[in-house]
Structure formats: C-alpha cells, structure tokens
Write a protein of this length. Structure first.
Lengths: 368, 328, 260
C-alpha cells in the first residue's frame, strides 16, 4: 500500500476498494481465463486503483485503462476503429446505447456469464432503458441525474422548489446550465415527455414541443450567465461565485459539497432526468472472455461500488453500497423520497427523432 | 575536385580547417559518394528532381491525403457507414449551411472575432517585438524572447482555468480592485467577449510575435538613422520607414493568426458567454454531441476553411499592393 | 533613439510579460491550495499536491511519453521542413505555389478536423494507433512552421556565399552542409523550440491517434473530468519546471559542443 499515499481523495478510494477486494475473493473461482489482458475505456477513477491491482494479481490479466472524457469522443474513436476495435470494455451512458448499437459497436451482454449480476440494484439493472431489442447491453455501475445546485450562502432552500428560479430576474446573470440537458428539463417542466417516446408516432407534435421549449430558452437568454458543457466548468463557476445557482449533474455538485463548499442540490418539483453509466463489451472485442471476468469481478462487492462513488460523486448502482460511505458522502449522494418520486430516466428509443429536433434548436438558441 | 577547393569555401579558424580538410575532403573523394553525387548532380534538372521528389511525396501524402479524405466524407450522406447502409454521394451537407440561417451568425461572428482579435494581437505585440528587436542588445534578445515563450509550455486547458481564476467574481483582479477600494461589487469579467479576448490573444501572441520580430530584426538601423538625420520626427520615421518595411512581417503574422483563430475551440468555449458561440463549436457539435453527423461537420469545416482562405488571400493581395505603392 | 520612447516601449514589454505570467503564477500558487478545487479564497495550504506528483507513476510516465513524442516528432519536422524550405525559397518552377500552399495547409486546419482526418487516414493506411501514429501526426502538423521560419532566414542568406562555394567546385550537398546549414542554425533552433512546444501541448491529435498510454495533456483532460483540482495545477507546474530544466541543460550542452 505504499504507493497509495499520493492524494487524499485517491487514498480513501483505494483503501476502501482494497479492503473490499481482499474481503471478497469470490470472483476468483469463476476466473477461468487466466493471463492475457483486458482493454478498457473509461473515466478517471471509474476503475478503483486497488481493485485493479488486486484483479491483476489474482487473475494474471493485465488491465489497460484508457481514460476518456466524453461520450461523443468514445463514439468517434470506436467508429474509427470498427469493425476491429482495440477495446474490450467501454463506458457508455444508458441513454446513448442506441447510437452505439445502431452502428454495431456493442455486443449484447450475456448476463448468465455474470454470477454477480444480482448484486446490482434492480432499479438500474431492470429499468426500462436497459433492455433494447430484447438484450441487455451494459452492466450499470454509477448513476447520475440532472439537479438544481445552489450556493447556500446566496440562495435559500425555499427558493429552489421549482426550476423557475433559474429564470428569475432576481438571479439574472448568476445562473448556468447545459443547453442540451435543459431542453429535456424544460419539456418536462411544460408537462411533456422530455424523452419524446410518447410522440414517436407524431413527429409534428414533437417538433412543436421542441419549438416551444426553444422559444422559452431564447426568451430567457438575457438572464443566463453561461451555457456550459463540462462538470469542471460548473464547479469553477460556483467556486469563483460567477454563479449562485445552476443546473448540474449530481456528480460534480457532490464533489464540491464533499470538499466543504457551501453548496446544496435538489430535484425541483417538476421533476428531472437521470442517467446510468454502464460498462459495455465492444462488438468483436479482442479479449471478450477476460472482459466478462473483469465485469464479474468489479460487480462482486458493494465496497467497490462505494469506492467509485467516493471518487466520482455519482451514485452507486450496487445494492448496499451506501453502507460504506461517510455521512457527508451519503448526504451528497442521496435525495428525499419526495424528490426521487419525480425522477425519470433518460430513454433512447426516440433519440433519433428527438435530437433531430433538439440539436438544431440548441444551435438556434446559441445563435439567437 | 580536391581538398583545397572544399577547404577554401570555409571561412573558419585555422585549426578547424585542418580537421575539416580531412573529413570533407575525404568525403568528397570517397568513391561511392563521388559516384552518387555525380549521378545526382549531372544536370541542374536532375538536381532539381532529386531535391523536389521528397517534398512532393510528403505534401501529397501527408498534407493532401487527410484533407481529401475529409472532403470525401463531406460529400457523403453517412460516415462512418453503419452496416447494411449504402453510402451515397450528395451535396446536401453544403446546402444545409446555406439553407439555414442559424448557422450564419456563428459563422460571421467567427470571422469578425478573428479579425478583431488579430488586430488586437498586432497592436499589442508590435511594440513588444519592436522593443525586442531594436532596444535589447543582441545577446539578450534570445533570452527575452524565450522568457515570453515559457508560459506556452503550460497546456491550453490549465492556462485557461488560470484565466478564470484571474477574472472570476472572486478572482485576483476583482480582489485587487476591491482591496484598493475601487469597487464594492465584483465586476463580471468572465463569460464575455472580453474574457474570451484575454484568452485568445494569449494563444495568438506567439504566432504574431515571431514574424514581426524577424521582420524588425532584419531592418537595418541605418535606415532609421538616415531618416533622423534628415530631420524626420520619431512618428514620421516609424510611419515612413519602419512600418512600410515591416509590412511583410505584419502581413504574414496577421494571415497566420487569422487562419488559426478561426479554428480555436477550447478557449472560446470555456471563456466565452452565451452570445459568443463560435463556428468551431458548431462544427465540433456535429462530431461530439450528435456523433453521427460527421459529413455535415466535415462540410462545415470545409466552408469555414475556404472562407478564411479567400479572406486572407484578399488581405495579402491588398498588403502586396500597399507595399508596392509604398516603395514607389 | 528617443529616450521617452524607449522607456515607453520597455514598459509595454514588461506589461506584456506580466500579462503572460500572471496566469502562470496563479497556477503555481493554486497548486498549494488545500482543497480539491482551485480558486480564491485559499483558506489553508498544503505541499501534498506537489509531493504527490513525484509519487504518481502515471503522471511521470505520461510526462516521459510526451517528451519522447515531442523530441521524435520535432526531429522529423525539422528535417522535412528544412528540406521543403530549401526547395521553395528563391526558386521559380511550375507548381511552386501549389506546393507552398499544400505545405502550409496542415497548420491552418482546425485541430479537431485534422485529428479526425488523420484518424481516418491512418486507418486507411493501416497505421496502428499509438506512439508512432502520434509522432507522425505531430510531425506533419509542425512541418509548416519549420518551413516558414527556415524560409524567412534563408531569404536573407547572401547569394554570393553560395556562388563562391560553387565556383570553387564544392558540390551542392557539401555547399548545403557547410554554408547553408550553419547559417540556418538560429532558425532551426527557434523552430525546434516551437515544434517541441506544439507537440508537448497537443491534446486532440494525441487523443485520437493514441493507444492506451496517455500523453500528459490527455491525462490532464481525463483528470479534469473530476474537477480542476490543485493536483492538475501541480502537475502542470512540475512539468513546466522539468521541461525548463531539460531545455536549459540542452542549451548548455549544445553550447559546449559548439565550443569544442
């Protein structure tokens, strides 16, 4: 454990995962493919370092991690490599599945080969978005959602009951959001299906709804400080007090809260959308057997899930992972039942139609 | 063909010549080398062919190849091609740009921003280059230039976040102004054209500085002195002597900076505001967010590139005319 | 020279230095902040991020990887760029302007476009992603800058020297090695620094053409996903110091070589 002292954040994460791996050597017995390697594309800290070391030592399979920083880049990279990719396991968000599946980039997941599949909370493993064309396509590992985050020294909890506060004169020039995501939330707020699955048969209606949401955001454009893209940006805006409140993914907001910043987050009464990061096996993966060994191993213990949560701020999909979190970490990754009741997951079925309308609308809002 | 011929071309010190003589002489008389050189330089024509063949192959395969590949993608209706889908050639990706006004604004904004930032960079770096080339002793010039290069060793992203720390509401500048008692509330510098400009000039300064510096450095000091002897004031000397003679440096610096500016992505996205969307962001959107619209992205990139080339071409023509007019 | 002008100009120069260095100083300072996020106010300080950099093998190997890529691609760019510059400078032939335009092309293509074009092209050529592919793309991208700088210098080379050498019977290759090349040394040194810098700083090409080993910018981008932390600032600062140290050493080394 000598190498694990380089940063506090990592130390906590790896130490927890280390004990987890030591406490649960169950996956080792099912490891039939000894040796070789497995190639993974994932986000920073999504594969806990101590787990990786342990896995390599016990199975003899070398884990090559290539760090990526967004979904689009993974898609571009994989599309450029297909049909003979170098990668075995990727990290795709559930609502981006279809795009990958349509291009034949993912292999269906054979859950019978994963004895630890049952350790995933069924909310995530058996959700409506997770089965496409009769197959499972990925093992859920972390879950995120669109939340309203606010600086508690500048904004009171009473003010953030509704998404409307983002568009109030009071906070003019002190708000920020991701346009693409905000479009879905505005549609939901207006009482429509932001996934547009309900309008699959009625594109004209879908178009009209997107138009309405677009007009709303154009009207409110003078009030916003920044349309941002990445979690690091919104964190920096909060720290610099360039904004007092904003739409954010829960992960980046949780990381700020855990660092002691006076921030809180909520799911407003109109509801919000959630998404799930999954590990997927690439179509034609060069080391598919090792990929299954790896997936089964990483699903083995809730402590591994907790380690990922600690590092990323996203919510673990593992059953009982929260047992291994500190109180502050629990606070930053949990919501009241009332809040959760309004949460819906992003769905991919109507994506082609939806983004056919939403992408140009986003361009139009930016240009307006 | 002899040692002493090769030797006499050299103007170095005595001791060195001796060692050189043996080496260069030996080389030049060495059989295989002699034969090869003889074959290669038999005629000026052959000499030229030998010199030209490698660059030709390089630019065709390395520079043109990827561009043609992109052009091809921009003319298709699907890329990467999904299995079971047939790829067709189409001009639709290009007509899409001209058919939809929402793309025009970021497009023209990019051209205007690039022109303005290029001009700002020129105004800011010209005195710096002038100072370096004319007022710093030759021995220290390199040192002073290198000093300016140091910050560029830090990656664009880290540097851009540092600018956020500088200009944010709780940033260094606002803290300083508050401490000095100039302001009560922070000034919102960030996410405006101003913060974007601060970041962009940072990126372009180097590309402007180098051509300007080399143009100014070449300029003989005697010209200026002669003008001074004739009683010209400092401003007249600059306007009538220095400026016209450095037009070439200005022109190449501006061309380079303008073209590069049209392609900036990360800095404008991170430092700009809701109303400063640049075209590179639009293009990147087709590669990132939508993911499956590479052909449109490629077509838009081609349009941007062509427009930038036409503009800089016109600019260079204008500068050339100006230069000719001045020397008359 | 007018004294007032001179003072004014030096003020402008130092103001520019300040503009260029202030963000850099902020970066260095933020590396000492005891928090996971950079920014003011700084409530407590720590050395942990800086000492951590030296213990992080991932960062160190990425630094080494980036450095080797930068050096290799620079060598290629310099050789090719000088060659092309010599072909183009002061010669008139059919297609010269076309070749010139094609030469400059890679410098002008937006990064993301060029990266994807390279990726598609590499696949078409059968080049595997990895160090070779990155070096190749950096070399191609940097050649135009070498050509521009070397051509500028070449245009000031007194023609009489070349003619004298030729009159005396030296063949073109020896003339190049003994007259042209020594004259070009400052330009080549300048261009090298520029190429090293562009390569070391490049993210987008390295990302698309890289394999499982990250270059330093690629690693920093991935780390940014969990926030702009003082850790990243510390890494950037240490990388800056290390490259600076290597640069100074290289400068001393070549100077000593020249003396001998």
């Amino acid at each position: 454990m000598t190498k694990l002292t380089f940063s506090r954040r990592r130390f906590l994460g790896t130490a927890a995962a280390g004990t987890a791996a030591l406490a649960s050597p169950a996956y080792l017995r099912s490891a039939h493919a000894a040796g070789g390697e497995v190639n993974i594309w994932t986000y920073n800290d999504f594969v806990p370092e101590a787990f990786k070391k342990q896995f390599e030592a016990e199975t003899g399979i070398k884990v090559n991690v290539r760090l990526v920083d967004d979904q689009g880049k993974q898609f571009n990279l994989l599309a450029a490599e297909a049909p003979n990719p170098t990668v075995d396991i990727m990290t795709v968000a559930g609502h981006r599945f279809l795009q990958f599946i349509d291009n034949d980039l993912l292999a269906p997941l054979d859950t019978d080969r994963l004895s630890n599949w049952g350790k995933i909370n069924p909310t995530f493993s058996e959700s409506d978005w997770s089965t496409i064309n009769g197959h499972k396509w990925g093992a859920p590992i972390l879950s995120g959602m669109e939340v309203l985050a606010y600086n508690t020294e500048l904004v009171s909890p009473e003010e953030v009951k509704s998404w409307d506060v983002l568009f109030s004169e009071k906070y003019k020039g002190q708000t920020a959001y991701i346009l693409q995501d905000m479009m879905s939330i505005i549609m939901l707020k207006m009482g429509y299906d932001g996934n547009m699955v309900a309008y699959l048969d009625d594109p004209a209606k879908a178009e009209a709804i997107v138009e309405e949401a677009k007009q709303y955001l154009i009207d409110k454009k003078p009030l916003v400080r920044k349309y941002y893209d990445g979690g690091a940006e919104v964190q920096q805006m909060f720290v610099n007090q360039d904004i007092a409140l904003g739409h954010s993914w829960n992960g980046p907001a949780a990381a700020l809260i855990n660092d002691g910043f006076p921030l809180a987050m909520t799911i407003p009464q109109e509801g919000s959308y959630g998404f799930v990061y999954t590990y997927n096996i690439a179509n034609n993966a060069p080391n598919a057997d090792n990929a299954y060994t790896f997936l089964n191993a990483i699903l083995a213990s809730p402590e591994i899930g907790a380690a990922m949560t600690k590092a990323s701020g996203f919510i673990s999909t593992y059953k009982d992972a929260s047992n291994y979190l500190t109180d502050l970490e629990k606070k930053s990754t949990s919501f009241t039942d009332e809040e959760m009741s309004t949460l819906k997951f992003f769905r991919a079925e109507a994506n082609e139609m939806k983004y056919g309308f939403v992408d140009p609308a986003v361009e139009a809002i930016k240009a307006a | 063909m002899s040692d002493d011929l090769a030797q006499r071309t050299h103007t170095g010190q005595k001791r060195k010549e001796k060692t050189d003589l043996t080496f260069w002489g030996r080389l030049s008389n060495w059989g295989p080398y002699h034969l090869m050189m003889g074959a290669v330089t038999a005629s000026p024509r052959r000499q030229f062919v030998v010199l030209a063949i490698f660059p030709l192959v390089w630019v065709l395969f390395q520079n043109l190849g990827p561009m043609l590949q992109m052009l091809r993608v921009s003319l298709t209706d699907a890329y990467p091609v999904a299995p079971g889908v047939e790829q067709h050639f189409t001009l639709e990706n290009y007509t899409r740009f001209f058919g939809d006004q929402i793309f025009w604004q970021p497009f023209f904004r990019t051209l205007v921003f690039s022109a303005v930032f290029t001009f700002c960079t020129l105004i800011i770096t010209y005195p710096v280059a002038y100072f370096l080339a004319r007022h710093v002793s030759r021995r220290n010039q390199m040192l002073f230039l290198l000093l300016l290069l140091i910050p560029f060793w830090v990656g664009e992203i880290v540097r851009t976040y540092a600018i956020m720390i500088l200009l944010g509401n709780t940033g260094a500048v606002n803290q300083l102004l508050k401490w000095l008692g100039f302001i009560d509330r922070p000034i919102p510098f960030m996410y405006t054209s101003f913060s974007m400009g601060v970041g962009i000039v940072y990126l372009t300064a180097l590309y402007m500085l180098l051509p300007l510096y080399s143009a100014l450095e070449k300029l003989p000091k005697s010209f200026n002195e002669a003008a001074a002897d004739l009683g010209a004031s400092a401003w007249t000397r600059f306007r009538r002597v220095t400026l016209p003679l450095t037009l070439e440096g200005i022109s190449s610096g501006c061309t380079l900076v303008f073209l590069i500016s049209t392609g900036f992505y990360a800095t404008p996205v991170l430092l700009g505001g809701p109303s400063t969307t640049v075209f590179a962001e639009t293009i990147a959107g087709f590669f990132h967010v939508a993911g499956d619209e590479w052909p449109t992205g490629a077509a838009f990139a081609t349009i941007m590139f062509a427009a930038a080339l036409i503009l800089t071409g016109t600019f260079q023509k204008f500068m050339n005319a100006l230069r000719k007019g001045d020397t008359k | 020279m007018n004294r007032g002008n001179r003072i004014l100009l030096s003020c402008i120069y130092w103001a520019f230095v300040l503009y260029v260095f202030v963000p850099l100083m902020l970066m260095v300072v933020m590396g000492f902040k005891d928090s996971k996020f950079i920014g003011f106010p700084i409530r407590s300080w720590t050395l942990e991020w800086y000492t951590g950099v030296f213990a992080d093998t991932e960062v160190l190997s990425a630094f080494g990887y980036s450095t080797s890529i930068a050096v290799l691609s620079t060598i290629i760019s310099i050789v090719v760029g000088t060659w092309i510059a010599i072909l183009l400078e002061g010669r008139k032939f059919v297609g010269r302007n076309t070749i010139y335009a094609l030469t400059i092309l890679p410098a002008l293509i937006p990064g993301i476009i060029s990266a994807i074009a390279f990726r598609i092209y590499a696949r078409w050529l059968g080049i595997e992603p990895g160090m070779g592919a990155i070096v190749w793309s950096h070399a191609v991208h940097n050649v135009p800058f070498v050509v521009l700088v070397v051509m500028a210098r070449l245009s000031t080379l007194p023609k009489t020297q070349l003619e004298a050498a030729r009159d005396l019977g030296a063949d073109p290759f020896i003339t190049f090695l003994r007259i042209t090349l020594p004259y070009l040394v400052p330009a080549i040194l300048g261009a090298s620094i520029f190429c090293l810098l562009l390569s070391f700083d490049d993210f987008v090409r390295s990302f698309f053409l890289g394999g499982y080993e990250p270059t330093l910018p690629v690693l920093i981008f991935a780390k940014l996903k969990s926030g702009m932390s003082p850790e990243i600032n510390a890494i950037a600062t240490v990388a800056l110091l290390l490259t600076g140290a290597i640069g100074i050493w290289a400068e001393r080394f070549t100077r000593r070589l020249n003396k001998d």
